[in-house]
Design a protein around this ligand. Structure first.
Ligand code: SAM
Ligand code: SF4
Length: 465
């Protein structure tokens, strides 16, 4: 008699940034050889992993409320393993174990390669807490996704090239939760990129908490930076686009700026957080750049790539922020003009220097400043989307659109684009004339070669007197 072994079901809930999205996929890859298959709901999962974010208090608290819900499912008779991963696990491992008796396994971002063993140990009824920074390189031990799994994840992929941070901005937990800055070796990154492209990936976004600090050695032992890594990636046949995020202004080297001029695969869209427009606050944040340095940098980037659009992060209500400091943030937003922006109220994080400053800004003031900043950046984002109407943009067609006969894709500026197109164009980059701009997406129509030619003839004709 043969017994059919039911595959074990894995549900991963991902909080926070793209690096966590990437990590969740790698966790699924690490558990696949042990028979775990992803499921879309936690209701039938044998293993539930909460991949957490510690960057703001709100993000961390959401984890504890989800753990309450999972504990309730256990009390109702469901049997499954509960694991907490990510930066909350790293920073508050013991606290999680104390607050939630239901948790079986807690592990930090550096232990994902040990997952099969950790899950097996936790399954034996013994609670496991693993928040060390192991000496071995986890990436060396993480298996690659099967090509069909990569394909199912889509035509665009994240690839972590750098982890951790040595900058120690006074508000930020990353140097404590993700550890010291580390770059993955060039060959390791290229090997992963080759696997992705061979499986059909057309766009790769390189990830790192401080991605433009990436550095490595080429075959001759020469030190290279992110710009050269992008040049090597551009040689991969089949790859159409490269992006990277998140960058620190102090690490935008001449080499990387030149890459934006020379490498046609690098998209003209850069996430470059400034956090504040006030020099006093930037110094208190330990940001290592002043307002003028940032503005000069933007000028240099735009000189290299005139169609570059910018995205940013801003914190309002940092300790000691006065009305004048906040006005300086509004004015730098006006001066730069952002295509998109992420805005946050300062959230004191345990263990960071700013959390113990005596000059904390009252919650109501933070809320009022956030509302004013949001009004400004929303107007800029809408203005940017409107400015695309009438332009012809390259769009990577990624998947079926909202309606029959439509495809959905992305512009160079990461905007969602909807258009009528046959399914066989999926995976191609098309010239699309943008006709309308909504709040969250833009729409247009594919311009044929003949139409483009006609348009350029009309444009080059002399204007009649
Ligand atoms: N490395 C990037 C840089 O230097 O700009 C930022 C990466 S950080 C993980 C993502 C964003 O979260 C930051 O840019 C910042 O705006 C926001 N952030 C980090 N700590 C925060 C805090 N304590 N309160 C509010 N926002 C915070
Ligand atoms: Fe955090 Fe970015 Fe500052 Fe590093 S550079 S400490 S990741 S905000």
């Amino acid at each position: 008699m043969t017994t059919e072994i039911r595959p074990k079901r894995l549900f991963i809930k991902t909080y926070g940034c793209q690096m966590n999205v990437y990590d969740s996929d790698r966790m699924a890859d690490a558990l696949a050889p042990s028979g775990y298959e992803p499921t879309a709901t936690m209701d039938d999962a044998d293993l539930v992993v909460l991949n957490t974010c510690h960057i703001r208090e709100h993000a961390a608290e959401k984890v504890f409320s989800e753990l309450g819900r999972l504990a309730e499912m256990r009390r109702e008779g469901r049997s499954f393993t509960i694991a907490v991963a990510g930066c909350v696990a790293q920073a508050e491992g013991e606290e999680i174990a104390r607050r939630s008796k239901a948790v079986d396994l807690v592990f930090g971002p550096q232990s994902y390669h040990r997952l099969p063993d950790l899950v097996e140990r936790a399954g034996r009824g013994k609670r496991v807490i693993e928040t060390e920074f192991p000496a071995e390189d986890k990436f060396e031990h993480l298996p690659a996704a099967r090509p069909e799994v990569t394909r199912a994840r889509g035509l665009t992929a994240f690839l972590t090239v750098q982890e951790g941070c040595d900058k120690f901005c006074s508000f930020c937990v990353v140097p404590y939760t993700r550890g010291a800055e580390q770059s993955r070796p060039l060959e390791q990154v290229l090997a992963e990129a080759r696997t992705l492209v061979a499986a059909g990936v057309r766009e790769i976004t390189l990830l790192g908490q401080n991605v433009n600090a990436w550095h490595g050695l080429d075959v001759r032992g020469r030190e290279i930076g992110l710009g050269e890594l992008c040049a090597r990636l551009a040689e991969l046949e089949g790859l159409a686009r490269i992006r990277y995020t998140t960058s620190h202004p102090a690490d935008m080297t001449d080499e990387l700026i030149a890459a934006h001029r020379d490498n046609p695969l690098l998209m003209p869209y850069l996430h470059l957080p400034v956090q504040s427009g006030s020099d006093t606050i930037l110094a208190a944040m330990n940001r290592r750049h002043r307002r003028a340095d940032y503005l000069r940098l933007i000028d240099r980037i735009k000189a290299a790539r005139p169609d570059m659009a910018l995205s940013g992060d801003f914190i309002v209500g940092f300790p000691g922020e006065t009305d004048a400091d906040f006005e300086a943030t509004l004015s730098i937003v006006r001066e730069v003009g952002y295509a998109s922006a992420y805005t946050f109220k300062y959230s004191p994080r345990p263990g960071t220097p700013a959390a113990v400053a005596e000059t904390q800004v009252p919650e109501a003031v933070k809320a009022e400043r956030l509302a004013r900043l949001n009004a400004l950046v929303t107007a800029q984002m809408r203005g940017f989307a409107q400015s695309c109407v009438g332009r012809t943009l390259d769009v990577l067609l990624e998947k079926p659109g909202r309606m029959a006969g439509q495809l959905g894709g992305r512009s160079p500026y990461l905007q969602a684009v909807h258009l009528e197109a046959p399914a066989e164009l999926t995976g191609t980059v098309q010239k699309v004339l943008i006709t309308t701009a909504g709040n969250n997406s833009i729409a247009g129509k594919i311009v044929t070669h003949a139409e483009r030619k006609a348009a350029s003839v009309i444009e080059s004709q002399p204007i009649p007197a």
